[in-house]
Every structure is written in C-alpha cells, then in structure tokens.
Design a protein around this ligand. Structure first.
Ligand SMILES: Nc1nc2c([nH]c(=O)n2[C@@H]2O[C@H](COP(=O)(O)OP(=O)(O)OP(=O)(O)O)[C@@H](O)[C@H]2O)c(=O)[nH]1
Length: 136
C-alpha cells in the first residue's frame, strides 16, 4: 500500500529586532521535539489564514501584538517527518507591540542569523536558517 502522509500546515514567524537578531523559542519538556529551538508559530486551524494563525500564536506564546501588514512571507519548509509532512510558510515580522516573553514558560533567545546553526533546530528549519542568513 502507498504510504500517504497527512500534510500539516504550520505558520512560523522570524521576529527580527532592531539589531537584526531573530527570536528562537525552545520547545518545552513534554512536547514532541522537546529541547529543539524553533520559530514561534503553530498549526493553522480551520478557517484561519496563516497570518491569522501567527497573530494568535504570537499573542498566546509571546504576549505581543502584531498585524497582517507587518507579516511578510519569505520562505517555506516542506519536510517529511515520520508521522506527517510539514508544510510551513515562514514570515518575517519587524514590527510588533509589547516585549516578547515566554508566556507558556518557554525559553527565548535572540540570535544573529549567522549563529542560527549553533542551535538545535528541527530538521525542517535547517534550510530556513540558511535562507535567513542569506536574506537578512
Ligand atoms: N512552531 C513551529 N513548529 C515547527 C517548527 N519547525 C517544525 O518542524 N515545527 C513542527 O511543526 C509542528 C506543529 O507545531 P505546533 O507548535 O503547533 O505543535 P505542538 O507539537 O505544539 O502541538 P500541540 O499544540 O498540539 O501540542 C510540530 O511538530 C513542530 O515540531 C518551527 O520552526 N516552528
């Protein structure tokens, strides 16, 4: 039988600060891929656009507010994990209100693009880190 994997649509965001550093968040204990550093974001729920997902996730995860006009799509990941195939548009956001904090207890790190590869990234994110390094 052909192995058909479900496509999982996840929206992710590279928040970029005034010094050009990118925010990574650490996946907490108890979640899949705990200890990996990722871009904030999450699954696109039914009826949401990826931009709406990010506005919601950034509020829930980091306690900051942004808007669609501040989200620029720049790349995507297409990666097969064991249980699903991840399709993940990556947006850049340079403008938001508030100071990002780990509202769900997760650790945060502001990272220069050329240091992203020092972090343990999910396999899907490795090509994205290289693209960000070239683009930012
Ligand atoms: N947010 C985010 N998810 C990523 C990235 N890279 C990557 O492979 N993923 C994967 O995308 C999937 C969906 O992310 P999620 O944050 O909504 O999922 P989760 O495991 O927290 O699910 P849950 O909310 O049901 O507990 C996870 O399997 C996650 O590992 C990334 O850079 N950011």
């Amino acid at each position: 039988m052909v192995d058909v994997k479900k496509i999982l649509l996840v929206a992710a965001c590279a928040l970029v600060d005034r010094d050009g550093r990118i925010l990574l968040t650490e996946r907490p204990e108890g979640k899949s891929m705990a200890g990996y550093w990722e871009f904030p974001g999450g699954k696109v729920e039914e009826g949401e656009t990826p931009e709406e997902t990010l506005i919601r996730e950034l509020r829930e995860e980091l306690d900051i507010e942004t808007e669609t006009a501040c989200l620029a799509p720049i790349a995507f990941a297409s990666h097969s994990y064991e249980d699903f195939h991840l399709l993940m548009p990556l947006f850049v956001c340079r403008k938001w209100k508030g100071i990002p904090r780990g509202a769900e207890g997760q650790s945060l790190s502001w990272v220069r693009a050329d240091r992203l590869s020092d972090y343990k990234l999910p396999p899907a994110d490795i090509p994205l880190a290289a693209q960000l390094r070239d683009m930012l």
